[in-house]
Design a protein around this ligand. Structure first.
Ligand SMILES: Nc1ncnc2c1ncn2[C@@H]1O[C@H](COP(=O)(O)OP(=O)(O)OP(=O)(O)O)[C@@H](O)[C@H]1O
Ligand SMILES: [Mg+2]
Length: 340
């Protein structure tokens, strides 16, 4: 493509694999979802560039992220937006349905996107909008005031396709190049898939074929989403589906320690500022992971568990200049202070 015709704000210079490499620094596991997302994003921005250069455009591929709560859906989108340096906003589908004027809420959402783009509508046009909990839309509007879940879907599908939205100050933001990512837990989807998919009976001994079969069986069809109250037009505008899985014990341990902004690292930093070394035994991370599994909210409980453990030590340390090191050997024992 002739680079002189490319808009100066073209964000995506990263290839899909480079996007995944960036995501890997912050998001543990979910490799399949990372790949799907990276390819979709790359293709989306390529498509935008081509449309500008050659007035040819493929249909837009917005993304649906399906996965249990606290497994990294929002985190992945936030990190993605940072990787490719585009403005990013999130909205909550059920709360869109709680208002009487969905249009106003959507306008406010795009206004936030413009704000995130430092008021630059050209930059905002290329942003990412993440709409969470679309699987709750069915229940959202039934009865009560507010718009129905279906009305919200109808309002959203217009902007997902691409439409000019008028902001309060009278300016317009065109959403044609905005990438929409919807998220939801879709609890029970697996049972629906097991019921509606019929590839399972083909038996084979070859690992490769089995992998393809597994993939086919795991594929979510638009019709599978109807049971959650998604209308066909809405489901049809989310052709790319990225699935996140439950986090294993091992992944939870890694989440506490490995990401660049990991909980453990950030507390080590805090102790270091007091001139104190923080040591936590591997067992402790594993105990934390076990608790998190019990709490059933994915990785979300890990920070709270860690803070609860660390607070008594953080209370003491600033007054005790003699402490050089704080050691945790078990989640259920007090910290050990090593003094000068
Ligand atoms: N795969 C992961 N790698 C690293 N951290 C994670 C991962 N999954 C979750 N976390 C941690 O848990 C927190 C919650 O995750 P996140 O907000 O992405 O969940 P979610 O999938 O969007 O859940 P919900 O469906 O409830 O919105 C994150 O801020 C992050 O600290
Ligand atoms: Mg979320």
């Amino acid at each position: 493509m002739d680079s002189s015709t490319a808009p100066t704000t073209t964000p995506v210079r990263l290839t899909p694999s480079a996007i995944v490499t960036y995501l890997d620094q912050y998001v543990i596991g979910q490799d399949e979802a990372k790949k799907v997302l990276a390819v979709a994003v790359y293709a989306h921005y390529r498509n935008c560039d081509n449309a500008h250069a050659a007035s040819s455009r493929m249909t837009k591929s917005n993304v649906l992220m399906v996965g249990p709560t606290g497994t990294g859906k929002t985190l992945m989108c936030e990190t993605l937006a940072r990787a490719i340096d585009v403005p990013f906003v999130t909205a909550d589908a059920p709360s869109l349905a709680q208002t009487e004027y969905v249009g106003d809420e959507i306008e406010a959402m795009l206004q936030r996107l413009v704000d995130k783009a430092d008021g630059n509508p050209d930059r905002a046009r290329r942003g990412i909008v993440f709409i969470d909990e679309v699987d709750k839309l069915k229940a959202a509007g039934s009865g009560g005031r507010g718009a129905s879940g279906e009305a919200v879907q109808n309002a959203l599908l217009k902007i997902m396709e691409g439409a000019p939205v008028k902001l309060r100050d009278g300016r317009y933001v065109d959403t044609t190049d905005v990438l929409f990512i919807c998220g939801g837990a879709f609890v029970g989807l697996d049972q629906i898939l097991a019921r509606t998919h019929s590839f399972g009976f083909i038996s084979t001994n070859e690992g490769d074929n089995q992998r393809i079969l597994d993939r086919l069986n795991a594929r979510v069809k638009p019709t599978d989403l109807f049971e959650f109250g998604l209308i066909p037009e809405f489901a049809g505008r989310l052709p790319v589906i990225a699935r996140l899985t439950d986090l294993s014990r091992g992944m939870l341990v890694r989440i506490v320690t490995e990401p660049r902004d990991a909980i453990f690292r950030s507390f080590q930093e805090i102790f270091r500022a007091e001139g104190v070394e923080l040591e936590v035994a591997q067992t402790v991370f594993e105990q934390m992971a076990d608790l998190a599994i019990e709490y059933k909210i994915g990785a979300r409980s890990l920070r709270g568990i860690f803070e609860e453990m660390i607070t008594p030590a953080l209370y003491v340390v600033p007054d005790r200049k003699d402490i050089r090191k704080v050691v945790f050997r078990s989640l259920f024992e007090d910290a050990e202070f090593v003094c000068a």
